[in-house]
Ligand binder design. Structure first.
Ligand code: HEC
Length: 183
């Protein structure tokens, strides 16, 4: 314990040692962020569903939204993915582990990540413009198109975390605690 304390004090910046200057409580600029400002950025959704907002959606509504807001870059049912040169990755694929390329159906371990990603990053040209209901609906459409949920399934903060992705079993938890084996 003593050795640790000595080491910490030895790492203090030099000016503190020499002049005794303390870090001021305030620097005299900026202001405290409002709760509204924080809530606009505090939108992460965790794998277990923590952070999912109120709202709901289904695949039929999601399909209409997908066709008007996403298909232009990601393709639709009529797209021949073997020849099409799309600007964006394929979102609907075989759900078997042997399927290539890595996509939602065969590679994403958590359904909640689809919600998180769409809400923060898509559509690519207008991120942040989808309502929570729209994000639930498009998530439902993508899960249904990948044959993971039924068309009639309603997604919300309770049901979405319960969707088990086919790729979940392909991942293992990294339970290493540190040390030389962690590079
Ligand atoms: C202007 C073109 C464009 C539009 C419109 C667009 N996307 Fe994307 N999307 C992209 C690009 C480009 C990427 C790849 C981004 C990257 O890897 O950083 C991407 C990535 C994604 C991914 C991640 C795919 C993966 O497996 O890595 C998802 C999911 C997605 N988009 C969903 C949507 C949805 C849903 C919509 C409609 C609401 C949408 N996108 C609209 C261009 C677009």
């Amino acid at each position: 314990m003593l050795a640790t304390m000595v080491k910490v004090s030895a790492q203090q910046p030099r000016n503190v040692e020499k002049t005794g200057t303390k870090t001021p409580a305030k620097y005299g600029f900026g202001r405290t962020a409002t709760l509204k400002e924080i809530s606009l950025l505090d939108i992460d959704v965790r794998p277990d569903g923590k952070g999912l907002p109120a709202g709901q959606g289904d695949a039929l509504k999601g399909k209409a939204l997908y066709l008007s807001k996403c298909a232009v870059c990601h393709g639709n049912n009529n797209t021949d993915f073997s020849t099409a040169k799309l600007p964006a990755p394929m979102l609907v694929s075989d759900t078997s582990a042997k399927s290539r390329p890595k996509a939602i159906g065969n590679y994403w371990p958590y359904a909640t990540t689809i919600f998180d990603y769409l809400r923060r990053a898509m559509p690519y040209n207008a991120p942040g413009t989808l309502t929570n209901d729209e994000v639930y609906s498009i998530t439902a459409y993508l899960l249904h198109a990948n044959k993971i949920i039924k068309q009639s399934d309603i997604l919300n903060a309770e049901t979405l975390p319960k969707v088990v992705m086919p790729a979940k079993k392909l991942f293992i938890m990294d339970d290493r605690k540190g040390g030389p084996e962690v590079k």
